[in-house]
Ligand binder design. Structure first.
Ligand SMILES: [Zn+2]
Length: 359
């Protein structure tokens, strides 16, 4: 490379870093210019984004001192008309509370149905009577399908983390029903080797506790998925809303899918970081309008913003985004989740990240 070319490249890199530093330091600078009406509309409310919020998580988001006792006293499994069994709150549960943590009694790796069915049959023979009868009493959403053990597992299992090929069955968690606008978040905690359930908002005594098996897609798309997986037509708060509200929700979820794919593409993050940062801000606005503040989706978007700030070596922005991601994770996963711990460390020293200042 000629010396003057190297100087030009260095100058261009410095300019890009300066633009990024400016963008992550001031929300107004990342206002997007996207020709999508809804997106433009929501970005007019960027001030509502509390990106600069440095406050510690609220007391209500702390893990109960004795989760085992708390789990027993906070919920019960009951019959829910039209849904089979479900889980309801026995007390008022504040937002951010860890409702329960529970270890699975059966884990299976994805395979062809006949192979999974045979493995479950062998596993049932080795289980104690209590867990064997618990599994055999679970709902099978598609009893006409072959391989009934596999079909029951498919109806009730939760993945061991996002995109995991393994699914698990739990004594109580499996009775928590689906909602497209859930009041609780479920998460596999690798450190605890347990599924955790946290309240996403205040839950009233007597209210059903719900988690989401699927969040993306229009109401029609989600209903097909829920019917295939669980065997009923979803009548949750989001699906049962008036048609004009459903239309707005459908549009927001369509945009969440589009922007989620864009900001999840690492090649774009490296080549057009400023654009991706703008898209993260749009994504956050739409997610918070649809699902409320500080959800798992918000945590992922704040983590993406953090990574962009890390790549440009801008410590104040990186710390701020890491703190926001940490705060979301505490609420939806708890202080002991591996990702919460990681974001807490980065909020204190973002230069620990392997991509620090690579731009
Ligand atoms: Zn629904």
């Amino acid at each position: 490379m000629m010396p003057n070319e190297s100087a030009k490249r260095n100058k261009a890199k410095q300019k890009q870093k300066a633009q990024l530093a400016k963008a992550v330091s001031k929300e107004d600078a990342v206002k997007p210019e996207v020709a999508v009406d809804t997106a433009t509309e929501v970005t007019n409310n960027l001030e509502a984004l509390t990106i600069a919020d440095n406050s510690a998580p609220s007391a209500s988001s702390q893990t109960p001192t004795n989760p085992a006792i708390a789990a027993n006293s906070m919920l019960e499994v009951v019959d829910i008309p039209g849904k089979g069994k479900g889980v309801v709150a026995l007390v008022d549960i504040p937002s951010g509370t860890r409702i329960m943590k529970e270890a699975p009694y059966m884990i299976m790796t994805a395979d062809i149905p006949s192979a999974v069915d045979a493995r479950i049959k062998r596993a049932l023979a080795e289980l104690d009577d209590e867990h064997r009868s618990a599994f055999l009493s679970l709902h099978n959403a598609n009893p006409s399908r072959p391989f009934p053990y596999w079909s029951t597992f498919d109806t009730n299992a939760l993945p061991l983390g996002p995109n995991s090929p393994q699914g698990a069955i739990y004594p109580t968690v499996c009775y928590i029903n689906h909602s497209c606008i859930p009041n609780a978040n479920h998460c596999w905690n690798k450190n605890l080797k347990m599924e955790t359930i946290h309240a996403l908002r205040d839950i009233k005594k007597g209210e059903e506790i719900t988690i989401a098996y699927i969040l993306e897609g229009t109401r029609a798309e989600r209903r097909v998925h829920v019917h295939e997986r669980l065997g009923f037509e979803c009548q949750c708060e989001a699906c049962g809303a008036p048609d004009d509200e459903v239309a707005k929700s459908d549009e927001r979820r369509r945009l969440i899918t589009i922007f989620g794919a864009r900001i999840g593409n690492p090649l774009r993050t490296v080549t057009i970081p400023l654009e991706v940062l703008k898209e993260c801000v749009i994504f956050l606005s739409i997610v918070e309008e649809e699902f409320g503040e500080d959800t798992a989706l918000s945590a992922s978007a704040y983590t993406d913003c953090f990574q962009i700030a890390v790549c440009c070596g801008y410590a104040p922005g990186a710390k701020r985004f890491a703190l926001r991601a940490y705060k979301c994770r505490v609420k939806v996963e708890g202080e002991d989740s591996p990702e919460t711990i990681r974001m807490k460390e980065f909020s204190e020293d973002p230069s620990l990240h392997p991509a620090w200042d690579i731009f």
